[in-house]
Ligand binder design. Structure first.
Ligand code: GDP
Length: 370
């Protein structure tokens, strides 16, 4: 390939090997482009023709430089997170990088949570988690980028807090930022095309995508960075279908006595160590297999059956799963044991419980939300 061949849209070096890297162009499109004398990479092609953006992977250094540049601006920072995976949504040190700029927190993928869960409670949980991470958001918006219904309300909130400043949208990958931005673009631009432009963060290879509000200000979408502790990073696409919820969670209740254990595929485990006989309700991906066994035999059971009876992941991918780590809690009120990115278990007051999750995945307790 010609060393100097660059995309006419963003200036990335054209390459045909890695779909996730900047400059990727399918060979057929490259040949066509060379014939027409204008090569455009797949990302810019989609942006130009469909007003649709695609994520691109990037380095930590570039990401830090980009955040640094945002702290030097006078802007509103819109921080998109996954309501179902708070710790997997965290940008380390974000509060330092945003400088004095206000942060509007967006809890996305709200459609996954049961409808019976009050929005005020979800906001309360998010605020609590944000404060623990050192963030003091000016407000919390709840959205489902998937259906897009909340986009007008989100734009109203943005308008309220931006006070004629530009808006930077930030978030790690997988929180649904691209889907949400695409909904915003659809809403803002309607049938208009070519209103969106790309430009670089100086000194980085990162593109930013700008959707103008007016002549001086715009919504600027920034690239996301991969958060290693998300469950999605050690499951195959097929296994992920049985672990990462796509639709509203349906509660599943098991009658448990102390001394019993539940396995959630081979991904997580719940031990009911002490407590009264009780109905214990589980909120996980509706197809994720829950298996009940005796606590005393649970270690042995896992060693024998993980990857087969207990799946996902299946045997061939089990080696990629970090070892399950145990987190023990005592409850004083009705409590949710939350396994970030996977689900939660509602347990009664006055019990002793343990949650097990792959190393790196947070296991926390909160006051029961339902
Ligand atoms: P990004 O990496 O943050 O830009 O995330 P994407 O927009 O690519 O979405 C990541 C995954 O989450 C995809 O599988 C989407 O289908 C899914 N997703 C995105 N938004 C939503 C949402 O609002 N609800 C649900 N249930 N899934 C979503």
């Amino acid at each position: 390939l010609d060393e100097g061949l660059r995309c006419v849209g963003c200036g990335s070096l054209i390459q045909t090997t890695d779909k996730n890297e900047a400059g990727y162009t399918p060979m057929s499109a490259l040949i066509k482009g060379l014939e027409n004398g204008e090569v455009i990479d797949q990302r810019c092609f989609r942006l130009r023709n469909y007003n649709e953006i695609q994520p691109v992977s990037l380095t930590d250094d570039d990401f830090r430089r980009m955040l640094d540049q945002i702290s030097g601006t006078n802007s509103l920072v819109v921080y998109v997170m996954d309501v179902f995976d708070f710790s997997g949504s965290l940008i380390p040190g974000l509060h330092r990088f945003v400088g004095d700029n206000p942060v509007l927190l967006v809890g996305n993928k709200i459609d996954i949570l049961p409808k019976s869960l009050k929005r005020s409670k979800i906001r309360e949980w998010i605020r609590q988690q944000a404060n623990m991470a050192g963030l003091r958001p000016v407000d919390i918006a709840l959205t489902s980028g998937k259906n897009g219904d909340d986009v007008p309300a989100l734009l109203d909130l943005i308008e309220k807090y931006r006070e004629d400043r530009s808006v930077y949208v930030v978030g790690v990958t997988n929180v649904g930022k691209s889907t949400l931005i695409n909904q915003i673009i659809k809403y803002v631009t309607g049938e208009k095309k070519d209103v969106i432009t790309t430009s670089r963060f100086p000194g980085t290879t990162l593109d930013r995508i700008e959707i103008p509000f007016d002549e001086d200000t715009s919504i600027i979408d920034t690239p996301g960075i991969i958060h290693q502790d998300q469950i999605s990073h050690y499951l195959t696409a097929k296994d992920l279908k049985y672990a990462a919820p796509q639709k509203e969670l349906k509660p599943r209740t098991y009658q448990l006595d102390a001394g019993q254990t539940l396995f959630f595929g081979a991904l997580a485990r719940f031990d009911y160590i002490q407590g009264d006989h009780a109905g214990i309700t589980n909120y996980f991906e509706n197809n994720l297999m829950i298996h009940r066994t005796k606590l005393a035999k649970a270690d042995e059971f896992y060693a024998k059956h993980a990857g087969e009876l207990l799946a996902p992941p299946t045997t061939e991918n089990l080696a990629d799963l970090p070892e399950l780590v145990r987190h023990e809690y005592k409850t004083t009120e009705k409590t949710d044991l939350v396994i970030d990115g996977l689900g939660w278990i509602t347990v009664p007051a006055n019990s002793v419980i343990a949650g097990w999750a792959p190393a790196g995945v947070s296991v926390l307790i909160r006051k029961a939300m339902i």
